[in-house]
Design a protein around this ligand. Structure first.
Ligand code: SF4
Length: 431
């Protein structure tokens, strides 16, 4: 029996979709990229903020329109977890809404609803991974216990549940054996890793174990809570060239009154200290962050403070979310709310400022040489390839368009930056 899978939302959801696909294949359900061949369609939804919820709902209705008549639709993930009762009432055409379940139970539920014709004892297909063959995500924990006042993740995914170190190490070794070169460590907050399992934050312990793997790879750290970035962590990052000198540190805001209302347990001064420490110890470090525009009670002055901070710190990359009022969160009762038009305007202003910063940053990269992970050919002749340098995380930070690349050069090759267009760079391979 064949199924079609749609994975929405964050990289953590993508990892879930990959693991569910692998489990389904073991049960003789095979993935297809042609919806017309599918006996069932599995939609892994996102329910984080308004835009993401809207995208999930739109996708459900699109699939309802486009699915083959006989095919069943199964809806899973954060949106289904959060609004199970409401969704069942609102969209009765859906065959099955599933809450978040341990994968064993999930597979049982799926089998109960879409019985495979017969158990095919054929050769299992290779594990399906939805990222190009150069990078993969390793999710080191599920859920979050930080309880930021605006965030629904703890409501949806529960408290922090860390994966044991051995389990993570074997996943990484598996990925490297399969030829992946870039390992992206992800979680809601990787700096909280192990607090539940080992009684204290244990990211440093995990990193030392990862670095004991005698292979060449890129290790990228995503989603660090600023308050837990320690000098010891910085020492570990500096100790090994395999750790990419890039960190994604969501700060959300800088105004102390707003940070308190967000329950982020740090202040502007702490942010300045941590960023200062990182840049002093690792001058070439590339920092990404994410911000919330229009958090309740944010006034023009607070916003100006945030904008000035962005202009001063000059992050390599940043994303801005408009505040989304999420029921069941502490912040949902905060007033006054910032009007939608003002939220949109503030988001636009910050993104414009960031675009100017990226332009300046890209100018400084011209003529410099960097190792580049080369990924996909752009044209059928292989004249131009896409790749990324250390300061570009997958899917969010733009690409390098590389000329002069030959496959014999391997995954990683040195390139000289020639130019740029918006967030993307152009480069030539060094022979
Ligand atoms: S760190 Fe805060 S924003 Fe991030 S998932 Fe946890 S509660 Fe949500």
């Amino acid at each position: 029996m064949k199924f079609y899978l749609i994975s929405l939302g964050c990289a953590k959801n993508l990892v879930d979709s990959e693991k569910i696909t692998e489990r389904l294949q073991k049960e003789s359900y095979f993935i297809t990229d042609d919806i017309n061949e599918a006996s069932f369609i599995f939609i892994n939804t996102c329910g984080f903020i308004k835009e993401a919820k809207q995208e999930s709902i739109d996708t459900i209705f699109t699939v309802l329109e486009e699915k083959p008549q006989h095919a069943k639709i199964l809806v899973y993930g954060c949106l289904a977890q959060r609004y199970l009762k409401e969704l069942k009432k609102l969209i009765p055409e859906i065959d099955l809404f599933l809450p978040l379940l341990p994968h064993d139970e999930l597979i049982k539920e799926i089998k109960r609803h879409v019985t495979a014709q017969r158990k095919l004892r054929c050769k299992l297909q290779k594990r399906i991974v939805f990222t190009p063959p150069s990078y993969t995500y390793i999710k080191i924990s599920e859920g979050c216990s930080n309880s930021c006042s605006y965030c629904a993740i703890p409501v949806i995914r529960g408290h922090l549940k860390s994966c044991p170190v051995e389990n993570i190490i074997s996943q990484i070794k598996n990925a490297l054996d399969k030829g992946y070169y870039e390992i992206n460590l992800i979680a809601q907050d990787i700096t909280a890793y192990g607090t539940d399992l080992y009684g204290k934050p244990s990211l440093n312990v995990l990193l030392k174990k990862v670095l004991s793997i005698k292979k060449d790879f890129w290790l990228r750290l995503l989603y660090l809570h600023p308050s837990r970035i320690s000098s010891e962590l910085v020492k570990i990052i500096m100790s090994d060239s395999r750790i990419v000198k890039y960190l994604d540190i969501p700060i959300q805001h800088v105004n102390n009154r707003i940070l308190k209302l967000m329950n982020r347990f740090y202040t502007k001064d702490l942010l300045i200290d941590k960023i200062g420490m990182l840049r002093e110890k690792i001058p070439s470090i590339a920092l990404r962050t994410s911000l919330i525009a229009g958090f309740p009670t944010e006034n023009e002055e607070d916003f100006q403070e945030l904008l000035d901070f962005v202009r001063t710190i000059k992050f390599a990359h940043l994303g801005v979310f408009e505040y989304s009022r999420e029921e069941d969160t502490k912040a949902s009762s905060l007033k006054p709310l910032v009007p939608t038009a003002a939220k949109e305007k503030r988001k636009k202003i910050i993104m414009k400022a960031q675009k100017d910063i990226v332009k300046l940053n890209n100018k400084t990269l011209q003529g410099k040489v960097f190792p580049c992970i080369v990924e996909l050919p752009v044209d059928e002749y292989g004249c131009i390839w896409t790749g990324r340098i250390y300061s570009q995380a997958p899917e969010v930070d733009g690409l390098v368009y590389v000329t002069g690349y030959e496959k014999t050069m391997g995954n990683i090759t040195n390139v000289s930056i020639k130019g740029f267009k918006d967030y993307d760079l152009t480069a030539e391979c060094i022979r």
